[in-house]
Design a protein around this ligand. Structure first.
Ligand SMILES: [Zn+2]
Length: 283
């Protein structure tokens, strides 16, 4: 794996390109497009490994030319082969929780002392999620998540059965409910995570963060950069867990979902769709 810094902008001034050339950075991405109106727009993306000695220069150009920049990690096949735990990210959605204006009040205990209305951290789920009867979901999708919610996963009943048969640990299941009724969906089943980890995120300096002025908790702004965790927080008795740390910004807060290699292999073997995994590093 390797960490990179990437910066981009629309319609870069030619002076920016001249500065990149002066730095010996020739392999930046540059595209031009002619719009219907005949106007030409252009786009530039600069990518540099963070251990490249020119990184401070690029950060300077980012400032000078108001570029949008981000740090991220690229993984190779060996990283996946070596990973003992991975981070799960959903790539398939199932509409929005119902009722649209009060789903949080209905689903969570918002009077719980851990919950903070300002930053959104600390919600405790006490009821099943509700979805419209005609919720949208791809026919071949196995894992999905509702909009606005980042740390609840839903699966089909055959995935639930398989996870149970294969002995995937530290989870339970709860069917979602058809909005406006008390009827459970047969094929929309939430995975409940039975284990929230203790504080374990190590590379905290790699992520911007916000401290809530109300509850004083810190939230990490999620970036596509590898997360490093304390190895002692993981055990063979766990397969799917939530991080202690909260991620998000503004009023959004969620815990990340981490999964074991055992789960990752099952996902791959069964060719289940809807979930993307990225290695994390245990130290
Ligand atoms: Zn707060």
């Amino acid at each position: 794996m390797r960490d990179y810094y990437s910066a981009h902008t629309l319609n870069p001034p030619s002076a920016l390109e001249a500065e990149l050339i002066a730095l010996g950075l020739y392999d930046y991405e540059y595209k031009e497009k002619t719009l219907g109106s005949g106007v030409i727009t252009s786009f530039i993306r600069i990518k540099i490994p963070i251990d490249d000695s020119r990184l401070p220069d690029i950060l300077g150009l980012k400032q000078k030319y108001q570029l949008l920049g981000t740090y991220y990690t690229e993984f190779d096949d060996d990283d996946y082969a070596d990973a003992t735990w991975l981070e799960a990210e959903i790539v398939s959605w199932i509409g929005y929780p119902k009722p649209e204006n009060s789903w949080q009040e209905v689903t969570y205990d918002l009077t719980h002392p851990d919950y903070c209305r300002k930053c959104g951290a600390g919600f405790v789920q006490i009821n099943p999620f509700r979805f419209a009867k005609s919720h949208e979901r791809g026919k071949t999708i196995h894992f999905c998540q509702p909009g606005w919610v980042y740390d609840a996963l839903f699966v089909r009943s055959r995935v639930k059965d398989e996870l149970t048969t294969q002995g995937i640990k530290s989870i339970d299941f709860l069917p979602a409910i058809e909005a406006g009724s008390k009827k459970s969906f047969e094929d929309v089943i939430q995975i409940l995570f039975g284990h929230v980890m203790g504080p374990a995120l190590l590379n905290t300096e790699d992520f911007p963060s916000e401290v809530c002025t109300q509850c004083q908790r810190r939230k990490w702004v999620p970036m596509k950069r590898v997360n490093r965790f304390n190895r002692t927080s993981f055990s063979d008795q766990l397969d799917m867990v939530l991080t202690h740390e909260w991620f998000g910004s503004g009023a959004l807060a969620y815990r990340k979902i981490l999964v074991s290699r055992r789960f990752a292999e099952l996902l791959q073997e069964r060719r289940w769709r809807g979930l993307r995994l990225r290695p994390i590093v245990l130290e």
